[in-house]
Design a protein around this ligand. Structure first.
Ligand code: BTN
Length: 231
């Protein structure tokens, strides 16, 4: 349960700032108005101008660690629904799309005894770099500006509620499956010896991914193993 919130105007990455709080052994949130070196999964950059929501949670989950990325994605899905967005989809494991364009990314890192879970949501962002061809923001989609404080307060409320559920009886996977896209898509899988390509078949109950490799073998993949080829 997130109780303390630490606010900043400008940080390198809220992921790194959140790590500085691990020694307190308390679940906290770090939020910044912008980031100079925002980062995503697989070492990608997360462009972070003012107008976006950049938050990282320092968590100490006692169970179901593998579902934290799902929980973060579901938090954003529920937020977007509260703000009347439709055509919302989750690209496994945790990217959120609206109208087939990426609006939110999530990165989870294990650090010492904690999980640092970062959410980047394009809220009032108007100019997104051209190389992010399929990216969008809440403002681009709806034409409205949003109160960042209200958005953040909602995110904390929804996240706390889902996190409580997760640490109790768990999240019902069916809730998330309604939003999943990409079945039939090809992904690149990292192994110790290199990479191979496989086709997504399904999502398992623990939110791992079921794929078929080019030899027809079914394999189960986890968060860090997979890179999506289609955005
Ligand atoms: C991705 O799409 O690859 C994940 C992007 C995650 C970006 C967020 S913004 C808040 C937190 N701080 C970071 O540096 N990254 C995450």
């Amino acid at each position: 349960m997130i109780r303390d919130i630490f606010r900043f105007k400008d940080v390198s990455s809220t992921q790194d700032t959140a790590k500085r709080f691990v020694h307190r052994h308390q679940e906290i949130a770090v939020i910044s108005e912008r980031q100079r070196r925002g980062r995503g999964r697989h070492g990608r950059q997360w462009v972070s101008p003012k107008g976006g929501l950049y938050v990282s949670f320092t968590l100490f989950p006692s169970k179901r660690i593998g579902s934290i990325p799902l929980l973060a994605a579901l938090t954003v899905v529920k937020l977007l629904e509260e703000y009347f967005f439709s055509r919302i989809a989750i690209h496994w494991p945790n990217d959120v799309f609206v109208n087939n364009k990426k609006i939110c990314g999530v990165v989870c890192e294990q650090y010492k005894e904690s999980i640092i879970c970062g959410i980047g949501l394009n809220v009032n962002t108007e100019c997104l770099p051209e190389h992010l061809g399929s990216a969008t923001s809440m403002k681009i989609e709806s034409g409205c500006s949003y109160d960042m404080e209200a958005i953040f307060a909602h995110v904390i409320d929804i996240f706390n509620h889902l996190y409580d559920e997760l640490q109790g009886h768990g999240i019902k996977i069916e809730e998330a499956l309604d939003y999943i896209t990409g079945i039939g898509e090809v992904v690149e899988v990292k192994t110790q010896n290199g990479t191979y390509r496989a086709t997504i078949c399904d999502v398992n109950d623990d939110w791992s991914l079921l794929v078929r490799d080019c030899n027809g073998m079914m394999r189960t993949l986890y968060y860090e193993d997979v890179r999506r080829l289609v955005w």
